[in-house]
Write a protein that binds this ligand. Structure first.
Ligand SMILES: NC(=O)C1=CN([C@@H]2O[C@H](COP(=O)(O)OP(=O)(O)OC[C@H]3O[C@@H](n4cnc5c(N)ncnc54)[C@H](O)[C@@H]3O)[C@@H](O)[C@H]2O)C=CC1
Ligand SMILES: O=C(O)[C@@H]1CCC=N1
Length: 266
C-alpha cells in the first residue's frame, strides 16, 4: 500500500493494530506513524516494528492519508479541534472509540470529511481481530476496499449498520476480556487440582481456541457442539449443570448488556 497510515494515541488498541499490520507485511513500517504524549509506548512500537513515532499529533495530521483516532472517547473533541485544519484534503478518519457516533464527529470537523467508524479488538495483535465497520457517504468504493484490506490484515471484518455498533462493543470489542477471565478461571481450577500454572494456561486457552474454531468452521449450532461433549451420565454434564445452577449464561448476558449500555452513553 502506498498510503500512509497514522495512529493518534498509541495505547493498547493502536499497538495491537500496528503489530497486526506489520506482521502481515501489507505496508512498510516507514508508512506507519504513531503519536502519543509519552514516549514509553512509542519507544515500544519503534523498537518492535520500526514505525515513525512522534509526540506531536500534527505530524500525523499533515503526513497521513488514513488516520486512526485511537484515543479514549472523551478525547475526541479535543483531538479533532487540534488536527482539523491540518489534515489532508482527502484524508480518511477512522474512529475506533466506543460510543463515538459518526454524525456527532462530522460536526466537529466543520466541513465534509470522510469518516469510518470501526470497533476492532485486541486480538488484532495476533491477526485474529473481529472488527465491525460502518462508513459515512463521503467514502468512495475504492477507499472502502482499502479499509477492508487494512482490517483484514489483522482479522475478520464485517460492514454493519451504525445502530449495531454498541452491540459490537459488547459482543466482540470488549469480549476478549471476558474470555481471558474464563480462561483464567479454567486454569485456576486446574491449578486447584494439581496442574502447574503454565501448563494450565495452555490447556485452558487451546481448548477455548479449539471450541471457537469449531463454531466458526463447522457451522454447527453451539448447543449441538456442546451436546456432543456431554456423554450421558458423564463428566461434562455435571459441569454444565453446575454452570447452569450458578447462572453462567445469565451472568454473561447481563455483563454484555451492561457493556452495550455503557457504550451508548460514552
Ligand atoms: N482496548 C481495546 O480492547 C479496544 C479499545 N477501543 C477503543 O480504542 C481507543 C483507545 O483505547 P485503548 O488503546 O484501550 O486505550 P489506551 O489508554 O491504552 O490508549 C490511549 C492512548 O492515547 C494516548 N493519549 C492521551 N492523550 C493523547 C493526546 N492528546 N494525543 C495523542 N494521544 C493521547 C494515551 O497516552 C494512550 O497511550 C478507545 O477509544 C477505545 O474505546 C476499541 C476497541 C477495543
Ligand atoms: O473498554 C473499553 O471502553 C474499550 C472499548 C472496547 C474494548 N475496550
Amino acid at each position: 500500500m502506498d498510503k500512509k497510515i497514522g495512529f493518534i494515541g498509541c495505547g493498547n488498541m493502536a499497538k495491537a493494530m500496528i503489530g497486526g499490520l506489520i506482521k502481515k507485511d501489507f505496508i512498510h513500517s516507514s508508512s506507519i506513524y504513531a503519536s502519543n504524549p509519552s514516549l514509553e509506548s512509542l519507544d515500544e512500537v519503534k523498537s518492535s516494528f520500526g514505525v515513525h513515532i512522534t509526540q506531536n499529533n500534527l505530524v500525523i495530521a499533515k503526513e497521513c492519508d488514513i488516520i486512526f483516532l485511537s484515543v479514549k472517547p472523551y478525547m475526541y473533541e479535543k483531538i479533532i479541534a487540534q488536527i482539523k485544519d491540518e489534515i489532508k484534503e482527502n484524508v480518511v478518519i477512522v474512529m475506533i472509540a466506543a460510543g463515538q457516533k459518526i454524525n456527532q464527529n462530522e460536526k466537529r470537523f466543520n466541513r465534509k470529511i470522510k469518516i469510518a467508524r470501526a470497533m476492532p479488538n485486541t486480538p488484532a495483535f495476533v491477526g485474529e481481530a473481529m472488527t465491525a465497520i460502518c462508513l459515512n457517504d463521503m467514502i468512495t468504493n475504492e477507499e472502502k476496499n482499502e479499509l477492508k484490506t487494512i482490517f483484514e490484515c489483522f482479522g475478520k471484518l464485517e460492514f454493519i449498520e451504525e445502530k449495531l455498533m454498541d452491540v459490537v462493543t459488547g459482543v466482540s470489542g470488549s469480549s476478549p476480556a471476558y474470555a481471558y477471565m474464563f480462561i483464567e478461571a479454567l486454569a485456576d481450577a486446574a491449578v486447584l487440582h494439581g496442574m502447574p500454572r503454565k501448563q494450565a494456561y495452555i490447556f485452558a486457552s487451546q481448548s477455548v481456541l479449539g471450541a471457537a474454531k469449531m463454531v466458526l468452521e463447522t457451522n454447527m449450532h453451539p448447543g449441538e457442539l456442546k451436546d456432543a461433549v456431554c456423554s450421558p451420565g458423564g463428566t461434562t454434564i455435571e459441569a454444565v449443570a453446575s454452570l447452569e445452577s450458578s447462572g453462567f449464561r445469565h451472568a454473561v448476558i447481563e455483563a454484555v448488556s451492561t457493556c452495550v449500555e455503557k457504550s451508548k452513553i460514552l
